[in-house]
Design a protein around this ligand. Structure first.
Ligand SMILES: Cc1ncc(COP(=O)(O)O)c(C=O)c1O
Length: 389
């Protein structure tokens, strides 16, 4: 099936033959305990999971579909996107090791490095967001065991040359883990570019409906896969059968939602770019935006989330804009069907070297609404911004 397109493969896995008469979607099996007919069958793993902590049918189907999508030997499910970042680091790092990551790393991932890993003798260094390959390689030390890649990065959306970084790290024996949530496993496939571990917050585009939390971890190399699988087993983590079922449902329509939302996001971003209140739109899919060349070279699509740097302004003006909007919810996530807006200027202070921006930083997530209606909503928001500035 590998030669078929993503949208075909994600759906065709539901209609495969030889499984007898059954519903199209697997049942939601809620179980801790699985019963057996005879004592001799109780440990027979060929008959399926022996206890509920092993994945039941929806989770198994979801894992297989995600592994196929990512081009991985296996894909694991964990209870959040954050756990998808923290599990590989827990599995692959030892006291005395060091991690290198972008200074624009997703906040809670950064907290994990600075608090949890530091307390266990693993320290972290941060490179400039959007740094070139040579600068990043120059920041590796003989203790750097792992490069944690996030591209585009959080909030300011800088791109990295991931294929070149993956190749150079491999040559130096440095492992690479990439938070690939922005590409949703679709627009960019880290494993096929030589990255060791590809993680994503299934919470976002795969779930797609803002009603579940989950992460996935896909790995190509069997030795790395074994280490990660054992860590998940040791930690005793699993996902809820209901959430696995919802994520599997979301996965069937992922390519269509992702592409449509990107189309809308681009038209909203293009419009914002023409506005005098806006200094810059940080969206790699936007021609002329930072990172557009790398995006054009490596990516087959885009997420529908971007940063908007306003011209000057204040928190009061940003709040006036946000309060006026009717179609953009005030909420901290993305990848769902609904548009969202957040004010992010304060978050930049957590970086080692906060960037100097021309004004307040907003983050927009564009959902499945009509982009013309979203633009009309933003037009009103900008009027409120002007009145409050
Ligand atoms: C880039 C990135 N990675 C990981 C996560 C974490 O996902 P979750 O909310 O499922 O923990 C997020 C959440 O916003 C994110 O933006």
């Amino acid at each position: 099936m590998a030669d078929r397109s993503d949208r075909t493969r994600l759906i065709a896995s539901a209609t495969r033959r030889g499984l007898g008469r059954r519903p199209v979607s697997p049942p939601v099996e809620r179980a801790s305990t699985l019963l057996n007919d005879a004592p001799g069958a109780m440990r027979d793993e060929s008959a399926g999971p022996v206890y509920g902590i092993e994945d039941l049918s929806a989770a198994r189907e979801l894992r297989a579909a995600l592994a196929d999508l990512e081009g991985g030997a296996d894909a694991w499910l964990v209870p959040s996107g954050l756990a998808a970042v923290t599990v590989p680091l827990t599995a692959l790092l030892r006291p005395g090791d060091s991690v290198l990551a972008t200074d624009a790393l997703y906040g809670p991932s950064r907290r994990f490095l600075n608090r949890h890993l530091k307390a266990r003798g693993i320290d972290s260094a941060f490179h400039a967001p959007g740094a070139g390959v040579d600068d990043i390689l120059a920041a590796l030390t003989d203790r750097t065991r792992l490069l944690l890649i996030e591209s585009p990065a959080s909030l300011t959306f800088e791109m990295l040359d991931v294929p070149a970084l993956a190749a150079a790290c491999r040559a130096r024996g440095v492992l690479t883990v990439m938070d690939n949530t922005w590409a949703a496993g679709l627009a960019f496939r880290p494993l096929t570019h030589g990255v060791d571990v590809s993680v994503q917050a299934v919470t976002k585009y795969v779930g797609g409906h803002s009603d579940l939390l989950m992460g996935s971890i896909a790995v190509a190399d069997p030795a790395v896969a074994r280490q990660i699988g054992e860590t998940i087993e040791d930690l005793g983590w699993r996902v809820s059968p209901d959430d696995a079922w919802l994520a599997l449902r979301g996965l069937r329509t992922l390519p269509l939602r992702y592409a449509e939302q990107a189309r809308s996001a681009l038209s909203v971003a293009e419009w914002l770019q023409t506005r005098p209140e806006v200094a810059e739109v940080l969206y790699p899919a936007l021609p002329g935006a930072p990172g557009h060349d790398l995006w054009g070279r490596d990516y087959a699509g885009a997420a529908s989330i971007f940063g908007v740097v306003m011209r000057g302004g204040s928190e009061t003006a940003a709040h006036a804009l946000m309060s006026t909007l009717e179609l953009f919810g005030l909420g901290y996530s993305w990848g769902g069907f609904e548009s969202l807006i957040t004010h992010e200027t304060g978050q930049l202070a957590f970086r080692r070297s906060p960037p100097t921006l021309a004004g307040e930083l907003l983050r927009l997530h564009v959902g499945l609404e009509d982009p013309a209606d979203l633009i009309a909503d933003l037009e009103r928001g900008l009027a409120a911004w002007r009145a409050a500035s």
